[in-house]
Design a binder for this molecule. Structure first.
Ligand code: NAD
Length: 256
């Protein structure tokens, strides 16, 4: 379905980003990888699928890095057809204790980066009259949780940005939508499981169950593979007129 297309997935060396990159690659898209950590492992998994893979180590909190990433992607593959804004970080503290530098970092990486990648990807998408922008927001783009002020503000902002990009391109072949997962058991969430285990003297399994019980009626984690299938639908011709939605995959979290 996506042969000859190029997908840039930010923060794709682990977790959800890697899951989405693999789903897109299985449909034939060449991938621009980004992120830190096990870069070689992520690259090897994608190369094994049989697509071309490029890597750029932009820090998505820095505009100059993002501009370089977008230039690099165009130089490697001509243009970015599918832009997945996925890189994200979390910091948990009540507002009065929230370190201002962490606020700035969460807003920069989780929200502002998507403005920069989109503004730089849109001209080529519009001239090709085809493009998909998928923003990895969160159920926290739809509802709040105590302790997550910067994350909730960034994700609500990302849902708003999604709607505006969708509207500005509504008469073109470029769509923009957001995906809003509940809990997905990635390194980002394992840190929160670990914190809960220490705080309450729980085992890893007990802490996972407690995390789910607090928020997710299905008592199940969403998987990167399930999110990959949703991203593929958004890239498919059937989704040509799906524009500006924030689609939650959250086990009923936001339905409460
Ligand atoms: P993760 O920690 O497993 O992966 C994050 C990725 O982003 C990694 O590849 C990391 O290297 C990269 N990254 C972090 N900071 C970066 C930076 N400054 N520049 C470039 N790359 C950077 O996290 P995840 O759980 O896979 O989260 C991916 C996205 O999904 C995030 O936007 C997160 O907010 C969102 N999300 C996650 C969950 C969940 O339960 N895990 C739920 C809802 C939304």
């Amino acid at each position: 379905m996506l042969q000859g297309k190029t997908a840039l997935v930010t923060g794709s060396t682990s977790g959800i980003g890697l899951g989405l990159a693999k789903a897109l690659a299985r449909q034939g898209a060449n991938i621009v990888l980004n992120g830190f950590g096990d870069i070689d492992g992520a690259r090897a998994e994608l190369l094994a699928i049989g697509v071309q893979v490029a890597y750029h180590g932009a820090d998505m909190g820095r505009m100059a890095d993002i501009e370089d990433l977008m230039k690099y992607s165009a130089a490697q593959f001509g243009r970015v057809d599918i832009l997945v804004n996925n890189a994200g970080i979390q910091h948990v503290d009540d507002v009065q204790d929230f370190p201002p530098a962490r606020w700035d970092a969460v807003i920069a990486i989780n929200l502002t980066s998507a403005f920069h990648t989109a503004r730089l990807a849109l001209p080529a998408m519009r001239s090709a009259n085809w493009g998909r922008i998928i923003n990895l927001a969160s159920v926290h783009g739809l509802v709040g949780s105590a302790g997550k002020s910067a994350y909730v503000a960034a994700k609500h902002g990302l849902v708003g940005l999604t709607k505006v990009i969708a509207l500005e391109n509504a008469t073109t072949g470029v769509t923009c939508n957001a995906i809003c997962p509940g809990w997905v058991l990635t390194p980002l969430v394992q840190q929160q499981v670990d914190a809960k285990a220490v705080q309450h003297g729980l085992s890893n399994e007990q802490a996972k169950q407690q995390l789910l019980r607090e928020k997710e009626p299905s008592m199940q984690f969403t998987t990167p593979e399930e999110l990959g299938e949703l991203a593929l639908f958004l890239c498919s011709p059937a989704a040509n007129n799906v524009r500006g939605v924030a689609w939650n995959m959250d086990g009923g979290w936001a339905a409460q």
